[in-house]
Design a protein around this ligand. Structure first.
Ligand code: CU
Length: 189
């Protein structure tokens, strides 16, 4: 009785308890599931991190260049695709209501005038950060007409919760055009 040492009661080093096997197996399954989700969302839904590293002077957006006031909003390129330019600033997106056509490739370019912001468009693959000093470019296509919310999802200061825009998706036939085609359009056009 007294001869049984404490060490003899422990399982030998090669043994695994059933609970250990269960734990290792379920952790492996969860890790594989997460990898699968990443592959599925990137391949099927087109979720990709914005890979373009394009710099801009965030302190001078209002003084001219690509993100000057007349350029903010949507322009239709000669090939029919849409290009949307937006400035994110504390605590609004400019313009606050974007208009885009259905069934058309849309490129959205954002620049921040101050802090780090983020944006997503409900029901689409659009979800990115807007970092001062860089231009964020995302691509999408809107299938159905309607209105979608575009909130800022990166805490950017005390007014963050009020920072959101709307995206109005319309049939190409009812897309607004600027009379002299000099200015980008938005919901108010
Ligand atoms: Cu913000």
């Amino acid at each position: 009785m007294a001869e049984i040492s404490a060490a003899a009661k422990l399982p030998s080093s090669g043994d695994k308890l059933p609970s250990e096997n269960l734990w290792a197996g379920s952790m492996t399954a969860i890790a594989l599931l997460l990898v699968g989700v990443v592959i599925y969302t990137s391949a099927h839904w087109g979720f990709h991190p914005p890979s373009q590293v394009e710099t801009i002077d965030s302190t001078a957006l209002h003084t001219g260049g690509e993100f000057s006031e007349a350029n903010l909003g949507t322009v239709i390129a000669p090939d029919g695709s849409a290009l949307v330019r937006v400035v994110a600033q504390q605590y609004a997106f400019v313009p606050s209501c974007l208009v885009v056509p259905t069934g058309t490739p849309v490129t959205i370019r954002l620049a921040s005038a101050d802090a780090v912001h983020g944006f997503l468009i409900q029901g689409t693959n659009v979800n990115a950060m807007v970092v001062p000093g860089y231009v964020t470019t995302v691509h999408t296509t809107f299938k159905d007409p309607g209105e979608r919310l575009m909130p800022c999802h990166e805490y950017c200061g005390v007014g963050h919760q009020a920072m959101w825009a709307r995206v109005r998706v319309v049939e190409p036939s009812s897309f607004p055009t600027d009379a002299d085609k000099q200015k980008a359009v938005n919901c108010a056009s």
